[in-house]
Structure formats: structure tokens, C-alpha cells
Design a protein around this ligand. Structure first.
Ligand SMILES: Nc1ncnc2c1ncn2[C@@H]1O[C@H](COP(=O)(O)OP(=O)(O)OP(=O)(O)O)[C@@H](O)[C@H]1O
Ligand SMILES: [Mg+2]
Length: 220
């Protein structure tokens, strides 16, 4: 479904060049449940952002249905990302002033607010956190916040769900819950799930592990 062709990313920090990703080529299938593992600074987040249309590669292509997404105009690329990709981050990024249901609904591109709100409730049910629908983020545990963030990532029905250290801030029980739900998205909802982590326990539960070191794929 997505093909990464010799992706590289070089950052220019004043005089210094940092080569974060060095020639990564990879095919991602629609039904993949893939973990990207590697030490801190190995280029995991950079790679995830490039494959999700968030970060322009220095060289190389991300090909979707025969087209390089970075050949799109800016508005076409945003439209592609909005339709295709949902993101889940380590630190949730919920809006403190909005309750759980509103946090999810506000991310919807559906102009009809009641539709978005109804859909938000369905997702909360699916992620088994419906009873927290009227809570504010400050009233939730880390694991609950992450389940809300997953619901938000799903509101526009993306095919691909990209997660950057989704369990990085959670205790063991909450980690297991979140990991179980991400597996369910892949198995039941048929989403392509890609998880960046340095937690090998989490990585081992994926169908496929991509190990990266110093910006290069060590094994797939
Ligand atoms: N915006 C940036 N400007 C300059 N250098 C950057 C930038 N973003 C990342 N880098 C550098 O690129 C390299 C890879 O960073 P990246 O964030 O992809 O690593 P990571 O594997 O996700 O690490 P972590 O596990 O700590 O999140 C690092 O050396 C980092 O310093
Ligand atoms: Mg990172």
C-alpha cells in the first residue's frame, strides 16, 4: 500500500549536518502490524513522520497508489494525510479545556457536529472508555488519555494509524491495555498499524519488526 524508496533525511543544524535516516526502502502492506524499534536518536520518529506525510524527505519517495506523495501540492498532501493517516503520540496532546467526547469530535472533518459527536461516542465504546465521555483530561489516568487519543486518531476513519511511543508514559497494566487495543484495530478494524518504540516487549507482539540503528534498517 505504501512504498518507501531510498528515504533519507538530513537536518542542517548551523554548521553541522545530522543524517537522521539513511536510505530506507520498505514496502508496507495494508494489513501490516509493524513495529519500528531502535535506540534513542536512531531515526524512528523521523522515519514515521516521513511515511505519514508530515516531514519532507531530503531524498527518496513515499509512493501511494503509484504516486509519490511528496510530489503533491501542499493542499493535496494535507488532504491525503487527513484522509489516510491517524497519529497517536507519547504525550496524548489532548485539549485540557474540552471533555473527552469533545476532544475526539473536534478532530473530525465532518462539518455536522452532531454526526462527529455520535461517532466519537461509538469510538469510545469500541475502546471501552465510554464511561469517561464527560471527563476532562486532567481527570483521566495516562492509559485513559491514550485511549482517548487513539479514538481521536480514528475519527476520520484513516487506513493507517501511526503511533510514536504510545506506551512510553504508561505503567505496565495501562501498557497492556493500550497494546491490546492497537492489536484490535489491526485485527478487527483492518487498520495498518505502525508503532515506534524502544520497548522490545511491545515490538515483539507485532507481526513484523523493523530494527533501525543510526538511521539504517538492520533487519526486517
Ligand atoms: N528537527 C531536527 N533538527 C535537527 N536534528 C534533528 C531534528 N529532529 C531530529 N533530529 C536528529 O535526528 C536524529 C534522529 O532523531 P529521531 O527523533 O528520529 O530519533 P528517535 O529514534 O525517534 O529517538 P527517540 O527514541 O529518542 O525518540 C537525532 O540525532 C536527532 O538529534
Ligand atoms: Mg522519537
Amino acid at each position: 500500500m505504501l512504498e518507501l524508496k531510498s528515504l533519507t533525511k538530513t537536518y542542517h543544524n548551523g554548521k553541522e549536518n545530522v543524517c537522521a535516516v539513511k536510505g530506507v526502502s520498505l514496502e508496507i502492506n495494508g494489513q501490516d502490524y509493524l513495529a519500528i524499534a531502535g535506540p534513542s536518536g536512531s531515526g524512528k520518529s523521523t522515519l514515521l513522520h516521513m511515511l505519514g506525510g508530515l516531514e519532507v524527505p531530503t531524498t527518496g519517495e513515499v509512493v501511494f497508489e503509484g504516486k509519490n506523495i511528496y510530489g503533491f501540492r501542499d493542499d493535496e498532501l494535507s488532504a491525503w494525510r487527513n484522509r489516510m493517516v491517524g497519529f497517536v503520540f507519547q504525550f496524548y496532546h489532548l485539549i485540557e479545556e474540552l471533555d473527552v467526547r469533545e476532544n475526539i469530535a473536534i478532530a473530525s472533518f465532518n462539518q455536522k457536529r452532531d454526526c462527529a459527536s455520535k461517532k466519537a461516542l461509538e469510538l469510545l465504546k469500541y475502546l471501552e472508555i465510554e464511561d469517561r465521555k464527560n471527563f476532562f483530561p486532567s481527570q483521566l489516568s495516562g492509559g485513559e488519555k491514550q485511549r482517548v487519543a487513539i479514538a481521536r486518531a480514528l475519527i476520520n476513519e484513516p487506513q493507517i494509524v501511526l503511533c510514536d511511543e504510545p506506551t512510553g508514559s504508561l505503567d505496565k497494566d495501562s501498557q497492556d491495555k493500550v497494546i491490546g487495543l492497537l492489536e484490535k484495530l489491526n485485527r478487527e478494524m483492518k487498520k495498518t498499524v505502525i508503532i515506534v518504540t524502544h520497548n522490545m516487549e511491545l515490538a515483539k507482539r507485532a507481526d513484523r519488526i523493523l530494527s533501525i540503528r543510526g538511521g539504517e534498517v538492520k533487519f526486517d
